[in-house]
Design a protein around this ligand. Structure first.
Ligand code: BES
Ligand code: MN
Ligand code: ZN
Length: 495
């Protein structure tokens, strides 16, 4: 999608489709429709009186040969309640316009960037919404939506674009493309996204964007004494990979080093504690945490915040076999803590345990992990909201603030000493499960046992990694949820 700025008068703007939005209650006279010429506005008033234009969220009204406009079509997108309008909603409206128009064969659109309000924010969120909406996880279809893409997005400004506008467009593009990269990795089936192939994707991304990438194989993983990671990996014919991607701004001091650790289970069968077959195929997405971190790295390589960031992704399948780890096994993790395996399907916390220990060894001074860790978080928060956990109130708050800015829904769930007893083992330091009640908290706290005093935040994205329904502004399938929040967080703490 080419994205260009325009600043001619709206009436004179030549485009296949000019897009504006308006609010519920006053759909003919609010939002960016205000910038339309009088002839078009009077037509909108007629439509409003006829009950054909309501301004309800995502309502699309397409007008051919709109009066007083050089554009061939005018699309009015309902923006919902005015009081609730924000950047997140603008992102969705731009996305809605993209999906509506391309489904009708339109390939160019012009979006009215309303002023007043922050022009930069408006540009960035519009670009993000458009690019995210134009992505479909359909690369294995012989008839792809590719044939129906928006080729050109014009952003109609009130005056010629300056440097700020260009930076905002660039920022939006970088972030949306990174999120789409994550979506691509998550959507791939496990035969096309083995640990080796995931590592290869990481290496290609790192090379393209000038990051340092190191990939360790089975011998190195064993040599590092990552027995918890290895326990999960040993049952699979596919060799595991430990992916390390590093970013460092050239002129920042040694600390802080932000560690981004992402669960990279390329397929989770449950292992010997095998999952029911009904929705086992969904477990091709169990590397979404790792994919999130790779997407974040792609973005910051281009945005260049003043920081150091190290991403660690332990990638493996979790499979049953004659070599697989078994319930009852006891493992000595890289940290030295011993773990009794009660359920081989609680594998995420095991690979994270060693990956977090390793990230600390690499010098990370703050740890953030993202993982499709528990079905329990989906019961609690559904597919809409990511669960956020951590002992450091300060860092949990920072993540929540970044999520609010980035327009991703996240909610803090508690960690509390009183839950500790639930994952005690009678023969080892810890057990890898603690029953059904509070399972998302227990899993989070288990992971937190391996971070020591380092500030740490855990994101359980089991629910939010995937959307079963198509939205007006977003295709179904992998969401890339979490990428924007973490990019925003890293931007916020850039020194
Ligand atoms: N990868 C799953 C969690 C999951 C479930 C992610 C549904 C996405 C959608 C994880 O490895 C798992 O199996 N968790 C178990 C833990 C249990 C055995 C303690 C769970 O949550 O059921
Ligand atoms: Mn599992
Ligand atoms: Zn899993």
């Amino acid at each position: 999608m080419r994205i260009e700025f325009r600043h001619e008068l709206i009436a004179q703007l030549a485009s296949s489709a000019l897009v504006s939005f308006s609010f519920e209650g006053s759909p003919a006279s609010s939002g960016s429709v205000e910038r339309l010429p009088a002839e078009s506005l009077s037509l909108l008033r007629e439509l409003q009186s006829a009950g054909e234009l309501s301004g309800k969220a995502y309502e699309c009204t397409l007008i051919h040969r709109p009066p007083g406009l050089a554009a061939a079509k005018l699309l009015v997108v309902g923006a919902g309640k005015k009081e609730k309008f924000n950047g997140a909603q603008r992102r969705r409206l731009a996305g809605t316009a993209v999906r509506y128009l391309r489904s009708r064969g339109v390939r160019e659109m012009a979006w009215i960037v309303p002023s007043p309000g922050s022009e930069s924010e408006s540009i960035q969120t519009t670009v993000e919404g458009a690019l995210l909406a134009d992505y479909d996880a359909d690369r294995y279809k012989t008839e792809r939506n590719d044939a129906r893409r928006i080729d050109r997005l014009d952003l109609a400004l009130a005056s010629p674009s300056g440097q700020e506008a260009e930076a905002a467009r660039e920022r939006g593009r970088i972030i949306a493309e990174a999120q789409n990269f994550t979506r691509h990795l998550v959507g791939e089936p496990s035969n096309q996204m083995t640990p080796q192939l995931l590592a290869q994707q990481a290496q290609e991304m790192a090379k393209r964007f000038g990051l340092d990438c190191q990939v360790l194989g089975p011998d190195e993983i064993r040599a590092l004494k990552m027995a918890a990671f290895w326990a999960v990996a040993q049952g699979s014919e596919e060799p595991p990979r430990l992916i390390v991607v590093r970013y460092a701004h050239p002129d920042v001091p040694g600390t802080p080093v932000i560690g981004l650790v992402g669960k990279g289970i390329t397929f989770d069968s449950g292992g010997i504690s095998i999952k029911p077959s009904e929705s086992m195929h969904e477990m091709k997405t169990d590397m979404a945490g790792g994919a999130t971190m790779l997407g974040v790295m792609q973005a910051i390589a281009q945005l260049k915040p003043k920081l150091r960031v190290t991403a660690v992704v332990p990638a493996t399948e979790n499979m049953p076999s004659g070599k697989a780890y078994k319930p009852g096994d006891v493992i000595t993790s890289m940290s030295g803590k011993t773990i009794e395996i009660l359920n081989t399907d609680a594998e995420g916390r095991l690979v994270l345990a060693d990956a977090l220990t390793y990230a600390k060894q690499l010098g990370c001074t703050v740890l953030i992990d993202a993982a499709t860790l528990t079905s329990a978080v989906t019961i609690a928060l559904g597919n809409i909201t990511t669960g956020v956990f951590g002992w450091s109130k300060e860092w949990v708050e920072r993540v929540l603030a970044a999520a609010a800015t980035a327009g991703e829904k996240m909610w803090a769930l508690p960690v509390d000493e009183d839950y500790r007893d639930l994952y005690k083992s009678s023969i080892a330091d810890l057990a890898n499960t603690g029953g059904r009640y509070g399972a998302a908290i227990i899993a989070a706290m288990f992971v937190g046992e391996f971070v020591g005093d380092t500030p740490w935040v855990h994101l359980d994205i089991a629910g939010t990694r995937w959307s079963n329904e198509e939205k007006p502004y977003m295709g179904k399938g992998p969401t890339g949820h979490g990428v924007r929040t973490l990019v925003q967080l890293l931007t916020n703490i850039s020194t």
